[in-house]
Design a protein around this ligand. Structure first.
Ligand SMILES: CC(C)(COP(=O)(O)OP(=O)(O)OC[C@H]1O[C@@H](n2cnc3c(N)ncnc32)[C@H](O)[C@@H]1OP(=O)(O)O)[C@@H](O)C(=O)NCCC(=O)NCCS
Length: 127
């Protein structure tokens, strides 16, 4: 089973006993403000979601960088996207720091709120 380790984090597949703490995180309206129902998109996308007590310590950036490295370098994906709702400045900041380029703006297929699509390929990631 694949695991990704960063200096402070372990990214791994779900365990059954993750369900209860994740349900607590998802029940927090501060966490879900920009996420809606979190439906899966027709692309390989990265996103991030932490309990508020872990915000502001660089964990999202650290995990996202390691995940892009795994997706683009290890697994050889052509491209990875990340989507943010307009107004989710923290996520846009993370995408910018990762080197992801703002590609297009679209609308959420269900509620119509504006979304920004960012993308990166291996060349851009290594630049
Ligand atoms: C989005 C989220 C993961 C960010 O977590 P975090 O731990 O603050 O992220 P990081 O510390 O790695 O980096 C965030 C960057 O954005 C900045 N930032 C944080 N909140 C911000 C805000 N409200 N406005 C602008 N910038 C902000 C931070 O300063 C940091 O930039 P820096 O490294 O240059 O200082 C966290 O807020 C969260 O889980 N939110 C709820 C879930 C969510 O909305 N996910 C997004 C779905 S795409």
């Amino acid at each position: 089973m694949t695991e990704i380790r960063t200096p402070r984090l372990l990214l791994r597949r779900w365990h059954d006993d993750d369900l209860a703490p994740m349900a607590d995180i998802d029940a927090d309206p501060r966490v879900m403000r920009w996420i809606d129902d979190g439906s899966v998109l027709p692309a390989v996308a990265i996103s991030w979601r932490f309990g508020p007590q872990f915000w502001g310590q660089g964990y999202a950036s650290e995990a996202a960088h390691a995940t892009l490295e795994f997706a683009l370098q290890d697994r050889g994906l052509d491209r990875v996207i990340s989507i943010s709702q307009v107004g989710d400045d923290a996520s846009e900041n993370i995408m910018r720091k990762l080197g992801m380029e703002w590609e297009s703006e679209t609308a959420h297929p269900v509620h119509g709120r504006p979304l920004r699509v960012h993308a990166i390929d291996l060349t851009e990631f290594q630049a």
